[in-house]
Structure formats: structure tokens, C-alpha cells
Design a protein around this ligand. Structure first.
Ligand code: NAD
Length: 334
């Protein structure tokens, strides 16, 4: 069999192999699965490979781009939609970046709603209580979502899926996006109005220089007392210290975080036997109305299969000189 491409696959977990291993063989790719994350120390493991394949908590900075270029690595294959973890400008003319722009927006939107329902109706606490034969309801009261106002920030693929779900709950949906689209069952408003009016805020915009800390001390001040906030997008959208200060003032009804600004090296790992050195993360965990999950909004069978398929299709297109429909270019970063 002809070997088309040698790919160094960073940050491998057992569940990555389920689809990448058989599909990679079908394409004829030689995939080397590496457990380590891609970073400054591990980038040299890519020597002799045509491409590296990375996920959200791997990173490739400008220096690493130069190392890859020297080693004649042709491409960075992202197994994700977001590309804030790669220095796209530095890669221009040196290395091709290909991503998976869409795999299952519904997976992430459904998980956002799962987080909202959980922090609101506290099913995770009820589960633990009843297993202990504690059938008390004290402290478990939530709110109706029906006819409340939801605010969706970012009306791309996931934001739109979230709007459909919120409408299913018969919520009044407000949204904000600098590039509005037509035909949504939601009302575009200014960011300020969204912050002021929403009972529930869900973040679905990418992390860029414009959106970093979009949730900060002043935006939190605009929000309603008792607001619920869900972030399945990127941790850097929220100024964690401002969030903690507001939590201490009892501002939020509940907060669901699938992402965290310092998640790299912590999320996706079992660190249960270790001392937590990140004080902000430890502090967040102490709030009874904060629920943190380990960047798993994408994690469904359908999404994983689609990620593997598109990633390998990207590699196939590159190898065969086909149009690179999923290329990330410097015009996509601000
Ligand atoms: P998308 O590109 O389809 O949509 C992003 C939307 O955000 C676009 O409509 C864009 O115009 C808008 N936007 C850009 N700047 C904005 C700003 N300043 N304010 C408000 N909106 C702005 O992306 P998507 O597929 O919907 O994904 C959204 C984000 O979800 C990704 O960037 C990624 O960070 C995150 N994500 C998380 C998971 C997970 O497992 N938790 C999985 C996939 C994606």
C-alpha cells in the first residue's frame, strides 16, 4: 500500500483512536499516536513527519512554527474548529493550517443546555443526595426557563443550534453578533442590552483579541441579579477574577463552565491525586452554584466521527493537491 502522509498525532486519548486508527488506515496514512500534548518541549517529536495533528489544549506558537518549518513539516491539522491556539500569522507562507470548521454544532449546543439545566435544577446534587438516602429538597430550588429571556453571544453554527433549543423551551431569545444573519428566531440587540435583559447568557463566539474578557467587571455589572451564565466556547472569554468577585457578591444564579482560561495541561487529565495549584480554579470549585466540566461539549459519537473524517479529508486534499476548503488563513484573525 502507498503511504500518503506521515502524521504525528499529539495529545492522543484512547477515544481518539476509535475512529482515527481505522479511518487513517483506509486513507493509507501513517499516523503515529503520541500521548503528550504539543508544546515547546514536544514539538521536536514531529521530526520526520509531514504533518502534525493537534487538539484544543495543544499549542503552536511562532517559535514552534519555525521549528516545524525547519523540520519540513508541511501542515498543522487541527481536530477542532477554534484555532486561537496556533499563531496563524506566523504560519503564513511556512505551514498550512487546516481545521474542522463544523462537526456537530448540536453536540455543543445540547451540552450548553445540559449545563444550564444542571446548574439551574441541580440534578447533580439531587443524584448524590438520593444515593445517600437524603431526600430533602432544601437548597435545590431552581427557576422556570419558560418565558424567561436568553441572550446568545455569537450566532454562528453553535449559537444558532442553541437558539433553536432555547426556542424549544419557549424562551424569548436575544442575540448579539457583529455579523448578524437573517432568519433566526431571535432578536439581535446591542451587547449592552443583552447583558441588561438576559436571565440566561450563553457564550458562542470565538476567542479573538476583540472577545477576550468580553465577560469582565463592567459587563457583569450590567447583568441582572441572579443571572445564569454558560460558557462552552473558550475560557478566555471570561475574566475569571472578575467572575469570582461577582460570585462572592452572589451575583449569579448559576454558572456552567465547560472551558476555563487556564485549562491547558489540566483539562483532559486525571489530576485527582494532586494538589491544585491554580487558586482561581480551586476557588471556582468551592461555589455551590458553579459547575465545571472538562471541555467536553463536543464529546459525542457523531462529533468524534465527523472530526476524524474531516481531519483526514483535509490531509487527503493537501496530499492530492485538491482545494483546501478548510484552510485557516491570516485574514481570519484580527
Ligand atoms: P462559528 O464560526 O460558526 O460562529 C462564531 C460566531 O461568533 C460567528 O457568527 C461570528 O460572527 C461570531 N463573532 C465573532 N466575533 C464576535 C464578537 N466580538 N461578539 C459576538 N460574536 C462574535 O463557530 P461555532 O462553530 O459556532 O463555534 C463557536 C465557538 O465554540 C468556537 O469558536 C469554539 O471556541 C467553541 N467550541 C467549543 C467546543 C466545546 O467542546 N466546548 C466545541 C466546538 C467549538
Amino acid at each position: 500500500m502507498v503511504i500518503y502522509m506521515k502524521i504525528a498525532f499529539y495529545g492522543t486519548k484512547p477515544y481518539d483512536k476509535i475512529w482515527f486508527e481505522p479511518m487513517g488506515k483506509e486513507y493509507g496514512f501513517d499516523i503515529h499516536f503520541i500521548e503528550a500534548a504539543c508544546n515547546q518541549e514536544t514539538i521536536f517529536m514531529a521530526k520526520g513527519y509531514d504533518a502534525i495533528c493537534i487538539f484544543v489544549n495543544d499549542y503552536v506558537n511562532a517559535e514552534m512554527i519555525d521549528v516545524l518549518y525547519e523540520m519540513k513539516v508541511k501542515a498543522i491539522l487541527l481536530r477542532s474548529a477554534g484555532f486561537n491556539n496556533v499563531d496563524v500569522k506566523a504560519a503564513e507562507d511556512k505551514i498550512i493550517i487546516l481545521r474542522v470548521p463544523s462537526y456537530s454544532p448540536e453536540a455543543v449546543a445540547e451540552f450548553s443546555m445540559a449545563l444550564l439545566l444542571t446548574v439551574n435544577r441541580l440534578t447533580h446534587k439531587a443524584y448524590n443526595r438520593t444515593r445517600d438516602f437524603n431526600m430533602s429538597l432544601n437548597g435545590l430550588m431552581g427557576i422556570d426557563l419558560h418565558e424567561k429571556t436568553a441572550g446568545v453571544i455569537g450566532t454562528g453554527k453553535i449559537g444558532q443550534a442553541m437558539i433553536r433549543i432555547l426556542n424549544g423551551f419557549q424562551m424569548h431569545v436575544l442575540c448579539y453578533d457583529p455579523y448578524p444573519i437573517e432568519g433566526l428566531e431571535a432578536e439581535y440587540v446591542s451587547l449592552e442590552e443583552l447583558f441588561k435583559c438576559a436571565d440566561v447568557i450563553s457564550l458562542h463566539c470565538p476567542l479573538t483579541s476583540d472577545t477576550r474578557y468580553i465577560i469582565n467587571e463592567s459587563s457583569i455589572k450590567l447583568m441582572k441579579q441572579g443571572v445564569y451564565m454558560i460558557n462552552t466556547s473558550r475560557g478566555g472569554l471570561i475574566d475569571t477574577e472578575a467572575l469570582i468577585d461577582a460570585m462572592l457578591e452572589n451575583k449569579f444564579g448559576g454558572v456552567g463552565l465547560d472551558v476555563y482560561e487556564e485549562e491547558e495541561g489540566v483539562f483532559y487529565e486525571d489530576r485527582s491525586g494532586e494538589i491544585i495549584t491554580d487558586d482561581n480554579l480551586a476557588r471556582l470549585m468551592t461555589f455551590p452554584n458553579v459547575l465545571i466540566t472538562s471541555h467536553m461539549g463536543f464529546f459525542t459519537r457523531e462529533a468524534m466521527q465527523a472530526i476524524a473524517f474531516t481531519t483526514l479529508e483535509n490531509a487527503y486534499a493537501l496530499e492530492n493537491g485538491l482545494p483546501l476548503v478548510n484552510q485557516v488563513g491570516k485574514e481570519m484573525v484580527s
